[in-house]
Design a protein around this ligand. Structure first.
Ligand code: 5GP
Ligand code: ZN
Length: 115
């Protein structure tokens, strides 16, 4: 169920445009608007859930099940030499959008912008 005022729910609904990387019935992936490195992607469940603490196991399971395939597609498209997965929960841990998301951050070597 979409949450009012949630920008990621609006992205899923197409109210806010995004650069789609992957989509199926349960999961959506799109380029982060602020690319930490080239191909920086966010993977989100279509079910609104605030963060990892409030995520039912079945939602987490569907989300994580898709990540290897999405990571492989990014690897193939951008040819990074590594990739970080990151998930921030609550403001003190740098969560700024309160709809669960996993960052996929391709890495290109020293000074690639992410540390
Ligand atoms: P957080 O800091 O919550 O872990 O990450 C939220 C991410 O969402 C940030 O990296 C930010 O750049 C990204 N973001 C925020 N608003 C938008 C938007 O409207 N479109 C896209 N594509 N990314 C967004
Ligand atoms: Zn949402």
């Amino acid at each position: 169920m979409a949450h009012e005022d949630c920008i990621f729910c609006k992205i899923i609904d197409g109210e806010i445009p995004s650069a789609k990387v992957y989509e199926d019935e349960e999961v959506y992936a799109f380029l982060d608007i602020s690319q930490v490195t080239k191909g920086h992607t966010l993977v989100i469940p279509k079910t609104h859930t605030k963060n990892i603490y409030e995520t039912p196991p079945e939602v987490a399971s569907k989300l994580f099940e898709r990540i290897p395939k999405i990571a492989a597609a990014i690897k193939s498209a951008y040819e990074p030499i590594g990739m970080n997965l990151l998930n921030n929960n609550e403001k003190p841990a740098d969560q700024s959008v309160f709809h669960l998301h996993i960052h996929l951050i391709p890495r290109y070597g020293e000074n690639d912008g992410f540390s």
